[in-house]
Design a protein around this ligand. Structure first.
Ligand code: NI
Length: 393
């Protein structure tokens, strides 16, 4: 197995330096050219094969063990955000208006750390390891692009493991959760078409404003009446567009919102109920309505056996005290796209440190994480790979 003290002594310093370099030179989604080059250089120097899936950014590396066997993939995302960093740290972003405000630099370094650990013990690995450095997570595009580019055809993958940092969890802890950890994310757009006219003569119109108000309220009851109170789901509207003057009833109202859920059954139920409520409310208010329901991302949903394997691995590699029981997030993660193709497990690595002012939420201009957590993530992921191969053989 992994000797944590040994790998910490050996790799921690280099991984922190690597992460801070990435942090100083962040790159936006699908523009991660230098980051890609840095990752490729390191993997190549370790004797890890680069698999070309025909994408300009992002890297897929293949480490072959001593004999053929199960192939386990580790995935970290690599892109940054269009945010101006506010920081006094010496490794703050040197690129104006661009910042690793979601800590993907930490993920890149964590997966790189696992590559360093595992490549050193390749003659003892009875299987293969794939390192997936995914671009464009922030725009929900990278995972889809990698799958479309033939990731799963160009290299055989039996299981995939991914991570995200979490600044609300003490640094170094491994947050493990059975089933839903991050929500399914879907988008709805509704067009409500009425008949315009004078605000003083409403009976001669078909008012889409009043209809849309009723629709928004009725849709909320799906959450309170159709979803089990023990499950989590949300329908939130972010835009309403209509009208040109205070005394004119318009022809059209357009609203858009986000629908989030965890349980696969709820994700099936929600579009059915939303469609019904939109149609019947429109009918009741004598207007027409069109619904676009866009399935963006499934939930990050951890199967029970892999969750148990994670507990076991964390106990063995880091110790029981590193296991953290997290509250799931209604945020989404495009890692879930990979798990439509192959079984997967996703965890959070704690990077929070109140004394060091490292507790700002994701996407905050002051976001930072304690990078001493990186080696913990690397060691844990390496352990997950070794244990998976052992179990699946
Ligand atoms: Ni992120």
């Amino acid at each position: 197995m992994i000797n944590f003290k040994e790998v910490k002594d050996r790799y921690e310093k280099e991984l922190i330096e690597f992460r801070r370099d990435l942090h100083m030179y962040p790159e936006l989604s699908l523009k991660e050219f230098e980051t890609t080059r840095k990752i490729k250089d390191r993997l190549t120097s370790m004797g890890i094969e680069i698999i070309d899936i025909g994408m300009e950014t992002g890297v897929v590396g293949l480490l072959r063990g001593s004999e053929d066997g199960p192939t386990i993939a580790l995935r970290g995302d690599i892109d940054a955000l269009p945010i101006q960093e506010i920081s006094n740290r010496e490794y703050k972003s040197k690129i104006d208006g661009v910042m690793h405000a979601c800590g993907h630099d930490i993920h890149t370094a964590s997966v790189m750390g696992a590559a360093m650990i595992l490549s050193q013990m390749r003659d003892r690995i009875k299987g293969n390891v794939v390192f997936v450095f995914q671009p464009a997570e922030e725009i929900n595009a990278g995972a889809k692009m990698m799958v479309k580019s033939g990731l799963f055809q160009k290299v055989k993958i039996d299981r995939i493991i991914g991570l995200h940092n979490n600044p609300e969890i003490p640094w170094g802890k491994i947050a493990i959760k059975k089933e839903g950890l991050m929500a399914a994310v879907d988008t709805i757009r509704i067009r409500i078409m009425g008949k315009g006219g004078h605000g003083a003569i409403p009976h001669a119109t078909r008012d889409p404003i009043v209809a849309s108000a009723a629709m928004i309220m009725n849709l909320q009851t799906i959450i309170s009446r159709n979803i089990s109170p023990l499950n989590s789901a949300v329908i939130s509207f972010g835009t309403i567009k209509a009208g040109t003057a205070n005394n004119v009833i318009p022809e059209l109202v357009e609203i858009s919102g986000t629908v989030r859920s965890f349980h696969p059954d709820d994700r099936k139920l929600l579009p059915e109920r939303i469609k019904k409520v939109v149609e019947t409310t429109a009918e009741g208010y004598m207007v027409e309505a069109e619904l676009d329901y866009i399935f963006d991302l499934p939930a990050v949903y951890n199967p029970e056996d892999l969750t148990n394997l994670a507990y076991e691995t964390c106990r063995e590699v880091l110790g029981e005290e590193y296991i953290y029981d997290p509250i799931p997030s209604m945020g989404g993660e495009d890692f879930a796209i990979f798990t439509e193709n192959v079984e997967g497990f996703f965890f959070w690595i704690g990077v929070g440190n109140k004394e060091e002012d490292m507790n700002y939420v994701w996407h905050n201009p002051r976001f930072d994480g304690d990078d001493r957590a990186i080696i913990n993530a690397s060691a844990f992921m390496s352990g997950m790979v070794l244990k998976s191969i052992e179990n699946m053989r």
